[in-house]
Design a protein around this ligand. Structure first.
Ligand code: AHM
Ligand code: MG
Length: 331
């Protein structure tokens, strides 16, 4: 059961990365090492997530993050674990994280910048529902050896060299792209290894799932309401977990659209461009789907601030195009 990559299902992530490096898909061994470091951090966080119901680490931490939202203990733990793994791995000059106000400076001799949402779907942490980690990797634009600057971090999504997510679901999966297709690895818990389970993942061109928090109906623009009404008239299926990674992953596999539009409460949408939207947009496009803010490609938005938000319409090509007919402000 070899696949189009010439690698058998069950190949470990480490071997897969090694093979890709030999094929020069990853310019240097540094990116390979960085991907392995992220996978290791993912395994560590997976361990914490799995035991969170047992230990007194779930529940509100009592602090709020920089966006003023309640921070869960496990968010804090994941942030610390991730940053530590990237520091120890030694390939990263700076990390920006949804959980930190400022840039975290690491080794300025390194070339890579990582943007992470260490544990997304925080409202689902305490209740044993799927959550995820989202990451984007960029190459710095200023020379190595000097301090990392704002322009190194504020790059549009088109500049990502790799991006992915880890889904802590009924099984744990790591899905990533380096711009040569999307590949998925499932964690084999007894081995502690991510093994290749999904090669060249493709999002169906059309689908019948729509995912939106309809509780915000009264705050939606008329276009969004009209589109949702259309989905109902067409008899589509509503699915909404409230964990972006899980909602996105399901829709990519089955065919669907995820929407987080602007609302009265969150005029720019809720999701963060750098930590959430860009990584998923890169993956979506690599899988044949679309990601837009209603006006333009997510990947082409030039970020102005670290924590900026963007409306998000992402998923199967035809479904996103249909949604844009109702609620897009494009030409
Ligand atoms: P978080 O970063 O605080 O976890 O928020 C992001 C999450 C996404 O995972 C999810 O899609 C969305 O917020 C759900 O928001 P809402 O509860 O408004 O539907
Ligand atoms: Mg988040």
């Amino acid at each position: 059961n070899k696949n189009s990559l010439g690698l058998p299902i069950g190949t470990t992530l480490d071997r897969f990365i090694k093979k890709k490096q030999d094929e020069f898909e990853y310019a240097t061994g540094e990116l390979s090492q960085l991907l392995r470091d992220i996978a290791l951090a993912g395994k560590i966080i997976n361990r914490e997530v799995n035991k969170s119901g047992l230990l007194d680490i779930a529940g509100a931490y009592g602090a709020k993050n920089v966006q003023g939202e309640d921070q869960q203990k496990l968010d804090v733990i994941a942030n610390i674990r991730f940053t530590r793994a990237l520091r120890n791995g030694g390939q990263v000059c700076a990390v920006i994280s949804e959980e930190d106000e400022e840039i975290i400076h690491l080794d300025q001799n390194c070339r890579y910048i990582v943007a992470i949402d260490p544990l997304d779907g925080s409202s689902n942490i305490d209740v044993n529902v799927s959550i995820g980690t989202i990451f984007s990797i960029y190459r710095r634009v200023t020379p190595t050896g000097g301090p990392v600057k704002k322009e190194d971090v504020l790059q549009p999504g088109t500049k990502q060299v790799a991006a992915g997510y880890i889904l802590y679901g009924s099984s744990t999966m790591l899905v990533y792209t380096t711009g040569h297709g999307v590949h998925g690895f499932t964690l084999e818990p007894s081995l502690g290894e991510f093994v290749l389970s999904h090669t060249n993942m493709v999002c169906p061109e059309d689908g019948n799932i729509y995912s939106i928090n309809e509780g915000s109906w009264c705050q939606f623009d008329q276009g969004v309401r009209d589109y949702i009404t259309w989905c109902k008239e067409e008899g589509l299926t509503a699915r909404y977990i409230g964990s972006l990674v899980a909602d996105y992953h399901r829709n990519m596999l089955k065919g669907g659209i995820y929407l987080y539009p602007s609302t009265e409460k969150v005029p720019e949408g809720k999701l963060r461009l750098l930590y959430e939207c860009n990584a998923l947009a890169f993956i979506a496009e690599q899988a044949g789907g679309i990601a837009t803010d209603g006006k333009q490609r997510i990947l082409e938005i030039q970020p102005e601030t670290f924590h900026q938000r963007a409306p998000l319409y992402i998923g199967s090509k035809k479904m996103v195009e249909k949604a844009l007919e109702f609620c897009g402000q494009a030409e």
